[in-house]
Design a protein around this ligand. Structure first.
Ligand SMILES: Nc1ncnc2c1ncn2[C@@H]1O[C@H](COP(=O)(O)OP(=O)(O)OP(=O)(O)O)[C@@H](O)[C@H]1O
Ligand SMILES: [Mg+2]
Length: 319
C-alpha cells in the first residue's frame, strides 16, 4: 500500500467515524425530541382535561349559589302554605258537613224559595254533592304536591350547603350497612353483592353521607330496572387505601350516554319520566363529595352498565 493510499484510508476512516458519531448523536437527539413531544402532548391533554374540570366546577358552584337562593326564597312561603294547609284539613270535616246540608236543602221543596235561589247560585260551577265528594281528594293532592316541593327544596339545600354542623367521626361501613338495610325492600328486584372492608373513620355528616349512598344505590336499581334483557346485578365495594376511603357501586343496568355523563351532576337533570325522578340525586352526591374534597369517577357504557367510584380522603376531625 502506498503512503498516499494509507493517508486516504485514514482520512476515510476519520470521516466515517465522524459520520457515525454524528448519526448516533442525531438519533439520540431525535429520540429525545420524540420523548419530549410525547410528554408535551400528554401535558396538553391533561391541561385540556383540567380546563373542562375547572369549567365544570365553576358551573357547579354557580348552580349551587343559584340553587341555595331559590331554595331559601321558596322555603318561607312553603312553610306557611304547609301550616295553613294543616288548618284547612282541620276544617275539612265541618266543610263536608256544611256541603251535605246545603245539598239537602237545595233539593228540599219546602224551604224558602229565596234561600233555594241563593243556594242554587252557589252551585253554579259545580254541585254541592260534587264538592263534598271531591274536597278530600283535592286536599290530598295539594298535600302531596306540597310534600314534593318541600323535598325538592330540602334536596336543593343539601346540594348547596351540606350540613357541616352535624359532622362527627363516621364509620362509612356502618352507614353503608344501615342504608342497605333501609333500602332492602326497594332493592328486592336486584341481586346485590357486597364486599365491605373495615375502613378508617372520616369526619363528615353521617346523614348526608347516607343520602349519597342511597342515591347511588337507587340510581343503580333504576338503571337495572330499565334494562330487562339480563338479570339485574349491583355490586358494592368498600375499602380504604393510604389516601382515601373508596366506595364502588357497579350495576349492569342501562348505562349512560356521553351526554348524560357530562350532565349527570346538574341539578334537575334527569332522563326519568316526569314525577319519577327530580334529577337532584347526583347533584346531592356532587355537593357532598365537593365539600369533602373527594373525587367521583363515572365509568359507564350504554347497554352494558355503570361503575361509580367515590373517593373520600380520610379527614381527621374533633373526637
Ligand atoms: N347508575 C346509573 N345508570 C344509568 N344512568 C344513571 C345512573 N345514575 C344516574 N344516571 C343518570 O343520571 C340522571 C341523573 O341522576 P340523578 O340521581 O341526579 O337524578 P334521578 O335519578 O333522575 O332523579 P332523583 O332526583 O330521583 O335521584 C338519571 O336520570 C340517569 O339518567
Ligand atoms: Mg337518582
Amino acid at each position: 500500500m502506498t503512503e498516499q493510499n494509507i493517508d486516504y484510508r485514514r482520512a476515510y476512516q476519520r470521516e466515517r467515524f465522524a459520520r457515525d458519531e454524528l448519526e448516533s448523536l442525531l438519533e439520540a437527539q431525535t429520540r429525545r425530541l420524540f420523548e419530549a413531544n410525547t410528554e408535551l402532548q400528554e401535558k396538553v391533554d391533561m391541561l385540556e382535561k383540567q380546563k373542562v374540570l375547572i369549567l365544570k366546577t365553576e358551573k357547579m358552584a354557580t348552580l349551587g349559589t343559584l340553587a341555595a337562593g331559590v331554595a331559601h326564597e321558596i322555603n318561607n312561603p312553603l312553610a306557611y302554605v304547609s301550616s295553613n294547609l294543616e288548618s284547612l284539613f282541620d276544617f275539612n270535616e265541618s266543610l263536608v258537613g256544611l256541603l251535605t246540608i246545603a245539598n239537602e236543602l237545595v233539593n228540599d221543596g219546602s224551604i224558602d224559595p229565596k234561600l233555594r235561589e241563593r243556594l242554587q247560585k252557589l252551585q253554579k260551577p259545580v254541585s254541592f254533592q260534587f264538592m263534598s265528594e271531591d274536597i278530600e281528594d283535592i286536599g290530598q293532592d295539594v298535600q302531596e304536591g306540597v310534600r314534593r316541593i318541600a323535598s325538592i327544596v330540602s334536596n336543593l339545600l343539601s346540594f348547596s350547603r351540606p350540613k357541616e354542623s352535624k359532622s362527627e367521626n363516621v364509620d362509612l361501613a356502618q352507614v353503608l350497612i344501615s342504608i342497605l338495610k333501609l333500602a332492602a325492600s326497594q332493592l328486592r328486584s336486584v341481586a346485590v353483592t357486597t364486599d365491605i372492608k373495615e375502613v378508617r373513620k372520616t369526619y363528615c355528616n353521617a346523614d348526608a353521607l347516607g343520602q349519597v349512598i342511597l342515591n347511588l344505590l337507587l340510581n343503580a336499581k333504576d338503571a337495572c330496572e330499565s334494562e330487562s334483557s339480563r338479570p339485574s346485578q349491583i355490586s358494592i365495594k368498600l375499602y380504604d387505601n393510604e389516601k382515601n376511603i373508596v366506595l364502588k357501586v357497579t350495576d349492569n343496568g342501562i348505562g349512560m350516554s356521553e351526554e348524560t355523563v357530562t350532565r349527570v351532576f346538574e341539578p334537575f337533570f334527569t332522563t326519568k319520566a316526569v314525577g319519577k325522578g327530580t334529577g337532584m340525586g347526583m347533584a346531592i352526591v356532587y355537593g357532598f363529595i365537593e365539600e369533602h374534597d373527594g373525587q367521583i369517577e363515572i365509568d359507564s357504557k350504554l347497554g352494558v352498565g355503570t361503575e361509580i367510584t367515590v373517593k373520600l380522603p380520610v379527614r381527621e376531625g374533633q373526637s
